[in-house]
Design a protein around this ligand. Structure first.
Ligand code: MLT
Length: 215
């Protein structure tokens, strides 16, 4: 494996023309966790899967938190920039187009932070159980920064970690910043369900360039 600034796994594309996918795991996961999901939702795509650098009681994460749902925002900014730099390195090393992020939980939250702080790093994003990563995200992003990038946000109606209001606020922030956001609330909790897999695969199948293809 090429040595880059994050421990990671990379699987090259086997089908031309599919967008590369950046897989971002949840708390306690690692670079191996989401590869099987990646192969299911994006068959033939290049898969890039880094391991979060922050440890919480030995569990890898992508940024520090003070408590569940209470983030160390200075660290969120630092880590989002670090991850965006890694994406640029990996694109150079592996000859990749800008990837679509697929993040779960903490991985979805760092993807939302990268989208707003370093929009050029990602072609779009699938955010599974994401919440607002920065309290002043709206100010930071400015209006129009996301310039038509596609975002699929899948929330759980019975999620004990992400309040419905918070997920809706994230959708509104991303829309205000110019993203084309599809937000669905599924009848599930924080964990992933078959519906997440089916909806994510369908959305990625329709993904062309920055935004999902009109169907
Ligand atoms: C986070 O810390 O990013 C969220 O609370 C989700 C989690 O990792 O539990």
């Amino acid at each position: 494996m090429t040595t880059l600034s994050f421990i990671h796994r990379f699987e090259p594309a086997s089908v031309a023309g599919r967008p590369p996918v950046l897989l971002l795991h949840g708390t306690g996961g690692d670079e191996n966790d989401l590869l099987p999901l990646g192969r299911m939702i994006a068959p033939g795509s290049a898969l890039l899967s880094p391991r979060g650098k922050v440890l919480e009681g030995g569990m890898p994460r992508f940024f520090r938190r003070l408590a569940e749902g209470v983030f160390d925002e200075a660290d969120v900014r630092r880590r989002a920039n670090e991850l965006a730099d890694f994406i640029a390195e990996a694109r150079e090393a592996y000859g990749l187009a800008a990837p679509v992020a697929v993040g779960f939980s903490n991985g979805a939250n760092i993807a939302a932070a990268v989208l707003t702080l370093r929009p050029e790093a990602l072609a779009g994003a699938v955010l599974l159980r994401a919440m607002v990563p920065l309290s002043d995200t709206r100010v930071e992003a400015g209006v129009g920064d996301l310039g038509g990038k596609g975002v699929l946000l899948l929330s759980g109606a019975a999620d004990p970690i992400v309040p419905a209001e918070n997920a809706s606020r994230l959708a509104a922030i991303l829309k205000d910043a110019g993203a084309i956001v599809e937000h669905k609330s599924l009848p599930v909790g924080h964990g992933l369900s078959q519906a997440d897999v089916t909806l994510t695969k369908a959305w990625l199948d329709g993904f062309q360039g920055n935004s999902p293809k009109e169907t």
